[in-house]
Design a protein around this ligand. Sequence first.
Ligand SMILES: [Ca+2]
Ligand SMILES: [Ca+2]
Ligand SMILES: [Ca+2]
Length: 302
Amino acid sequence: MTTERTFSTYRMARTAAALAVGALLAGGLAVPASASGSTTVPTAQPGIPADDGSSTRDIDDGGIGGTGNEFHLADFFGNTQYSFRYGNPGGRFYVGDWDWDSFDSLAYRIGSTFYIRNSYTAGRPHEVLSYGRPGDRIYVGDWDGDGKDTLAVRRGVEYHIKNSLTGGPADAVVYYGRAGDDVLVGDWDGDGKDTFAVRRGNTYHISNTFDGGDADKVVTYGRAGDEVYVGDWGGGPWGPDGISTLAVRRGKTYYFKDRIAGGDADHVVTYGRESDTTVVGNWYGAGVDDSLTPDTLGIRRP
Ligand SMILES: [Ca+2]
Ligand SMILES: [Ca+2]
Ligand SMILES: [Ca+2]
């Protein structure tokens, strides 16, 4: 199974050869206007083919659903710091630190191709890579603790983990939980490596390894109907500590917990509109301070 997967990276704008490859790739993936089933075809950003999102919109994975290509990224207090458009209005986005600068940014996905941008402005992708198959469920994490986020493909209880954005087969295949599990990714013990947690209702079964044994911690937070997000919110007295914790969303209000524990939220932020899709990542303080900064909110808006 592993050998069926390809994982190739094109570093754009580095060399003439890379540019030529990028042009070929963009041309090869262009979606004909009739493919959208509509007279309105989304306007492509330079370097990203037009795409109606049908190949990725409904995948249930670690990506960002919803629609729209307008993004607003906020600080700890819910004040917008960056606003820009990227990608196409349809389809999925993924958040990760793709370039080791400690700040997260977006990747837009068409089929099994990921268009990565490392800054909070509109523009061409900085990297384009292909991984897995068009319908694969993808999760983002720093699986080996080197500071760079990479992808894992999930097929039922089987996870094909890759530790680089380069070619070659998966670095590890692990088995986790049950096929129907709602899986979250986080660094629950602060060792720098991301692992999984399973959500069942408002109970979270947290594991710090991939060994498939019992959960290391079980915690109840919020309500079963809440939307939940994972981050190192940094709201404690000493700021962020490198440990991922939970936040739940009700309407446009977010209830952040700074420890892996139940009980009342440690801080509450209202941001955006009820119709917005939530994005979470580490962008607060980007370009100013590369010390440990908290994960904060963002929104995707049509
Ligand atoms: Ca980054
Ligand atoms: Ca890594
Ligand atoms: Ca960890």
